[in-house]
Write a protein that binds this ligand. Structure first.
Ligand code: CP
Length: 304
């Protein structure tokens, strides 16, 4: 399948339209159905520049590259780290040097502006694997694929997004992604001081879809519960156990769900979903995670 529109980078869900998302999901589903295909070794190299911790995204893009016939290198310990403070190098210089070794760059960094800083100097396709507390678009494409596979459609759905919606970048990209679809009703559930920032909400509201905000864990009538979770520490404070548990998916909160509701989570899970939920029919987060490989392969294929 040839994707209709060529996009050089994956930086924000705002850059994609509905057709891009649908085509990426189609491509990922095709890879899932047809298998990994024949591997032709060393056809391309992915540079995985992770200035923040990651399990799924880093290993996911590494394996996706390998499965597509490419290879990868990972940069973790960098000259920007504290241990190298006296020989510090800017991320820009690191990228200028390493991009000559790679065909695609996947980056995660604590700076919200990292992609804006790198785009003018980047000569290779850039995948934003998490920029500070702003966005995580590749995670959202996995989330949307999971919703499409499990609910059958990306329109006409009621979706609750629960947790620290101020800081969780997967929640920001998700609401931007959902704004591309129609007849959506999104319920943002969070403590008041951790509510969804205006800039993401406004894009979604301007799409004509419905948004409700609440502080109570009200999951009545939702099709999808997206457990965005809480960072153990925000930049300004630690979230207390009491608050975390007030927004937990557990057997009590699940009693509100419809028979066909599903629970998704970008993972890692800390305590936002009680482990005994895993055995219920609602728990779909590990199935969602399994789709990550196919979607990351589709993204790499698309950008290359
Ligand atoms: N969901 C996600 O981004 O997980 P990692 O932090 O492990 O990459």
């Amino acid at each position: 399948m040839n994707l209709k529109r060529k996009i050089k980078n994956l930086i924000s869900m705002e850059d994609l339209d509905r057709s891009d998302i649908e085509q990426l999901i189609f491509l990922a589903q095709k890879i899932k159905k047809e298998g990994m295909g024949k591997r032709v070794a060393h056809s391309f190299i992915s540079g995985l520049l992770f200035f923040q911790e990651s399990t799924r995204t880093r290993i996911g893009f590494q394996v996706a590259s390998y499965r597509l016939g490419g290879d990868s290198f990972i940069l973790k310990e960098t000259r920007t780290s504290d241990s190298m403070l006296f020989a510090a190098e800017s991320v820009e210089d690191t990228v200028k040097v390493l991009q000559s070794y790679t065909d695609i760059i996947c980056i995660r960094h604590s700076d919200n502006d990292i992609c804006t800083r790198l785009l003018p100097i980047s000569k290779k396709p850039l995948i934003n694997c998490g920029n500070g507390d702003d966005e995580h678009p590749s995670q959202t494409l996995i989330d949307l694929m999971a919703i499409k596979e499990l609910c059958g459609s990306l329109d006409n759905l009621s979706i609750a997004i629960v947790g620290d919606l101020r800081h969780m970048r997967a929640a920001h990209s998700l609401i931007l992604g959902l704004s591309k679809f129609v007849k959506m009703s999104v319920r943002c559930i969070s403590p008041k001081e951790l509510s969804m920032p205006e800039k993401y909400k406004n894009v979604y509201i301007n799409s004509g879809n419905i948004l409700t905000e609440m502080t109570e864990m009200n999951l009545n009538d939702v099709d999808v519960v997206y457990m965005a979770g809480f960072q153990p520490k925000t930049p300004v404070k630690t979230i207390s156990k009491k608050i975390r548990l007030a927004y937990q998916a557990n057997k009590t909160t699940l009693a509100q769900l419809k028979d066909k509701s599903i629970i998704l989570c970008p993972l890692p899970r800390i305590d936002e979903i009680k482990s005994d939920v895993d055995q219920t029919k609602f728990a779909k987060y590990f199935e969602q995670s399994d789709l990550g490989l196919y979607m990351r392969m589709a993204i790499v294929k698309w950008l290359l």
